[in-house]
Design a protein around this ligand. Structure first.
Ligand code: ARG
Ligand code: ZN
Ligand code: CA
Length: 251
């Protein structure tokens, strides 16, 4: 079992954005359920794909020691004057109204803030610059209690973004013409992002009879409609933790 130490940086201007410790903890609990296939809604995985759902043996815990070895709650709080952050890493630097990461080789940094343009979150893939490494999530899409807003109120934005952080691509391969790939063999070919609450099956790219695996965390459906990673995706995330993100796993 691998435990990833997490620091959550709450960057707030309004009271709503200064989410509670309880809301932060609810997100950690969602991650632990989703990554260990202990999410109750996995019962909704179509029968044909049930055997692909496996425990990744990856879990998450708020850091108990800060970079200097002092006791911490694993939550930092920073007031800002920035109304909305964009996808430009602004929240990750003090200079631009955010807060700098803790050493990214040892902590998963998660920034929670207000984001512009309906953006729910974004992540950095393994192997990028340490100064911007980690994931960012909109305050109202973080966790499953408190200031969360449906239909993104079940903590799945962070599940999706941490998937990217551990090396996963969008399930459709980001090309919208059936030529894209997520480099995972057990996820079917899939034309483009699905949104909302699709009904099974959704056939594209000659992938019948089962169609798109739109209930995968790496699609774009509503939180209540996504509930699985596959064993191929789990293998890819574990390869990231054995390779480029080795120090995170304490290996
Ligand atoms: N990066 C994606 C976005 O901002 C995240 C999608 C998350 N999906 C979800 N159901 N929570 O659109
Ligand atoms: Zn994504
Ligand atoms: Ca695939």
């Amino acid at each position: 079992l691998i435990t990833i130490p997490v620091v959550v940086h709450v960057v707030h201007r309004t009271e709503d954005e200064n989410i509670s410790d309880a809301q932060v903890k609810s997100q950690i609990s969602v991650l632990n359920k989703d990554f260990r296939a202990k999410n109750p809604d996995k019962s909704k995985v179509p029968a044909v794909w049930k055997s692909l759902v496996v425990d990744s043996k990856i879990q998450f815990a708020l850091a108990t020691k800060d970079p200097r070895g002092k006791q911490t709650t694993g939550i930092t709080r920073t007031a800002t004057t920035v109304e909305e952050f964009g996808p430009d890493n602004g929240v990750k630097s003090k200079k631009t109204g955010g807060v700098n990461p803790w050493p990214a080789d040892r902590y998963l940094n998660m920034w929670v803030c207000n984001l512009s343009g309906g953006l729910l979150g974004y992540a950095q893939f393994p192997g990028g610059p340490t100064k911007t490494d980690g994931v960012v999530v909109l305050f109202s899409a973080f966790g499953s209690t408190g200031k969360v807003n449906p239909p993104f109120n079940k903590g799945r934005t962070a599940t999706h973004e941490v998937g990217h952080y551990l090396g996963l691509r969008h399930i459709w391969g980001d090309r919208n013409d059936c030529t894209g790939s997520d480099f995972v063999a057990d996820t079917p070919p899939h034309q483009q992002a699905n949104t909302g609450k699709p009904k099974f099956p959704q056939i594209t790219c000659n992938n019948g009879p089962n169609g798109d695996m739109f209930m995968n965390y790496m699609d774009y459906v509503d939180d209540a409609s996504m509930f699985m990673f596959t064993s191929g995706q789990v293998a890819r995330m574990n390869a990231t933790l054995a390779g480029p993100r080795k120090k995170l796993a304490g290996l």
